[in-house]
Design a protein around this ligand. Structure first.
Ligand code: GLC
Length: 731
């Protein structure tokens, strides 16, 4: 396959029109000049280190660059640092191939936005796209070319700490956020100076981890893979994602880092993904621990044959594969194909024309943490906060309050506001709840802070109102933070009980990277606001909601279990032959707890009730290929402006396979002034009615369907439609 063809496959998948000479570079001519060691050096990704002053490269890295043993770096950034390394690559190596610099810019570079699951709670993909765009503007101004985001792993298990990085339990929501974030990071064209390669990760089924234990076995049926774990990756690929990162786990007995069926046959051959496939951190060497390789060389051969282009940090490709290729154990054509892809991506980014395009200190200073970026972070943080309950309308609190106690371990915890995955963030940039509340109330108010114990109780006793900030700190969620129990810490539960017993207005704000089990608290705390980790503007966004400048509008992207024993619990379950019933004994339920979640998917309150009215369909019978229009009204029945998240669900009443009791198909944020009525209109097409038949082929079957609408998955109105005509293969 010639450069043009090779390059065109790579570039087509990332939305760049290929040309025989790619952005001024003849990829094949360059490849033909490379030695085997130089080729394998391009596939090696080394890591940076970090100390209090920022990132730095470990000793020996410059020599490795000079020797052509490194093609890209992880966790090395900064205009000056990257310029220094880039100059060595360009001026002091035989072929002058520029380096790529990558990092985990997951939800912001320096302007840290709410964690991804919080962004998903906004049900506002456009806002997430704008956040990713700002992250790319800042990250590329600071030397980076490539981010390892969006994480698009589906999961229904909050025991798994990486729930914080995803978009929750629902495929439709996850797909919309996956494509939005890819567009945000990559921008219009990769050749734009502020474009950043996005990475859909971790392929695949990482969230299926047995027992909720990070890195553990994923044992998923072909149907579960196709219906649940694949779609967000397919959405990211359709959006032109430039790279995919391989998951640490095995899938059904085959570790992903050695899984040619899924990495080559499915991703490359069937889905035509032409971008880079990057291992996860030392994921190739972990094939030895998985027990499918005895040596580094065996692991490297398996990974290259599976289709992995870039070896993140294990140095196996560059150290062990030269001999393997020379001994005929692995075909150099596989090396060439991988090198061609990374050279093409470097060319698409324009690095052969201007290797220093992201190494300008003046641009870094201009673009980083701009006020406008903070404004966007505050707006998205406000949209991500979820009001779980508000008994007696405790919230919003009055700004006329003159004495407020802001207590609890998270009340002034600057670091936790950034969440577990903000390696390029600076905790000092974050506004804490205490600071935000103090700023909102002004100098005339007496705001007292205590993080816990007797001091917190004493402060609460003296105050007119209490804002209690509890939950998980930043290091209790995220990678390698699996939990067997999801309760609040005992001291936090005790503090909450003591403060609630005072009988004062108490707003309980919970920070966490996942759903927690808060049954006892929910019985006694009148107002509970779920804050996740809101980012640099945490305190101001919180105050905006607590004091009613803005109504809360976030919705839960995951069901909240009452008990860990309910997990996996999700709204789109199948009905079973004995659906749970209060009255019937032998049905799908528990004897020691309700079968329902404490709070369902899509749940969230605003400061006004919203009525759903006048649901109507453009037809009650229609041919499968015709669009169906769904119309309904929403009315603000309160005295405060709100932004409602309207949700449309679909149930296939009878099908050739079992179907979810309902599945989210559309959602939208609808601003409503007090008393205002708006009509909402959604249009569904054939693909919305499709299912995977018994052979996992997408089909649209005739028959009855139910449309359900509401402000959460506990929908309020429904209507029926019948699709007519013979079964048809869906597109
Ligand atoms: C980590 C994570 C991955 C991340 C990579 C580089 O272990 O699994 O999501 O992008 O290493 O930091």
């Amino acid at each position: 396959m010639g450069a043009g063809a090779g390059a065109s496959i790579v570039l087509a998948s990332v939305g760049v029109k290929a040309a025989p000479r790619l952005a001024g570079v003849d990829i094949d001519a360059l490849l033909a000049r490379m030695t085997l060691d130089e080729k394998l050096g391009q596939l090696a990704q080394a890591r940076g280190e970090k100390n209090d002053t920022g990132p730095f490269v470990p000793a020996g890295s410059e020599a490795d660059v000079r020797a052509g043993r490194i093609g890209s770096f992880l966790s090395v950034y900064g205009a000056e640092t990257t310029r220094r390394l880039q100059r060595i690559a360009v001026d002091e190596t035989r072929l002058g191939i520029p380096l790529l610099f990558a990092d985990d810019v997951i939800h912001g570079f320096r302007t840290i936005f709410p964690v991804p699951i919080a962004e998903a709670a906004s049900f506002d993909p456009a806002a997430a796209e704008a956040a990713a765009r700002i992250a790319a503007v800042e990250a590329t101004a600071n030397g980076l070319h490539w981010t390892y985001a969006p994480m698009v792993d589906m999961t229904r298990d909050p025991r798994w700490g990486r729930v914080v990085e995803g978009a929750g339990e629902d495929v439709e929501l996850a797909c919309r956020f996956a494509e939005a974030r890819v567009r945000g990071f990559q921008g219009r064209r990769l050749s734009d100076f502020d474009a950043m390669l996005a990475t859909a990760k971790h392929f695949v089924a990482y969230g299926d981890a047995e027992g909720g234990r990070d890195y553990d076995v994923a044992d998923a049926s072909a149907r579960r893979l196709a219906e649940y774990y694949y779609p967000p990756f397919q959405a990211a690929i359709a959006a032109g994602v430039a790279s995919i990162m391989v998951a640490f786990n095995e899938v059904n007995g085959v570790p992903m880092h050695a899984n040619r069926d899924l990495l080559h046959d499915l991703l490359r051959r069937d889905w035509h993904f032409g971008g880079l496939i990057v291992s996860d951190y030392t994921g190739i060497r972990e094939l030895i621990a998985h027990g499918v390789a005895a040596t580094d060389e065996e692991a490297g051969i398996l990974a290259l044959k599976a289709g992995i282009d870039i070896d993140m940090v294990s140095s196996i490709y560059v150290d062990a594969l030269p001999a393997a290729v020379r001994d005929g154990k692995v075909d150099v054509a596989l090396v060439d194909a991988a090198v061609r892809r990374i050279l093409s991506i470097k060319a698409a980014l324009g690095l052969f024309d201007d290797p220093y395009r992201n190494c300008d200190p003046a641009r870094a200073k201009r673009e980083t943490l701009r006020p406008a970026h903070r404004v966007a972070a505050r707006d998205l943080a406000r949209k991500s906060l979820v009001l779980l309950q508000n008994e007696g309308d405790v919230l919003p609190l009055s700004k006329m309050l003159r004495s407020v106690a802001v207590v609890g371990p998270l009340a002034d915890d600057r670091r936790s506001m950034l969440g577990p995955w903000a390696p390029t963030g600076v905790p000092g940039d974050a506004v804490t709840p205490l600071e935000g509340i103090g700023a909102a109330l002004g100098a005339g108010a007496h705001v007292v802070h205590a993080s816990g114990g007797e001091a917190a109780l004493a402060a609460a006793r003296e105050a007119d109102a209490v804002i209690l900030c509890i939950g998980e700190n930043w290091d209790e969620s995220g990678e390698a933070r699996s939990r067997v129990a999801l309760d609040l810490a005992p001291d936090q539960q005790a503090l909450a009980a003591a403060i609630l017993a005072l009988g004062k207005p108490v707003a309980t704000v919970i920070f966490a990277g996942r759903p927690l089990t808060i049954n006892a608290l929910a019985q006694h705390a009148p107002a509970i606001l779920w804050a996740w980790y809101p980012g640099v503007e945490a305190g101001h966004a919180l105050a905006d909601i607590l004091f009613g400048d803005v109504s809360p509008s976030g919705r839960l992207p995951m069901s909240f279990p009452r008990a860990v024993g309910q997990i996996p619990i999700h709204y789109d379950q199948r009905n079973t032959g004995r659906p749970a019933s209060e009255s019937e004994r032998n049905t799908a339920k528990y004897v020691d707890a309700p079968w329902t979640p404490l709070y369902p998917f899509g749940h969230g309150l605003g400061y006004s009730p919203v009525a759903y009215e006048a649901l109507e369909l453009s037809a009650t019978r229609l041919d499968r290929t015709d669009p169906l229009e769904v119309r309904f009204s929403v009315r603000n029945a309160g005295i405060r402006a709100v932004e409602e998240v309207v949700q449309l669900y679909l149930r296939d009443d009878v099908a050739t396979t079992t179907r979810p009791v309902k599945a989210l198909k559309r959602f939208a944020r609808v601003p409503l002034e007090p008393g205002e009525i708006k009509q909402v209109r959604f249009v569904l097409g054939a693909s919305d009615f499709a299912l995977l038949d018994r052979n996992l082929r997408p089909v649209v079957e005739p028959g009855g369907f139910t449309l359900l609408v509401g402000g959460s998955s506990k929908t309020e109105l429904e209507a029926k439609v019948t699709l007519e005509g013979a079964e048809e293969r869906a597109v």
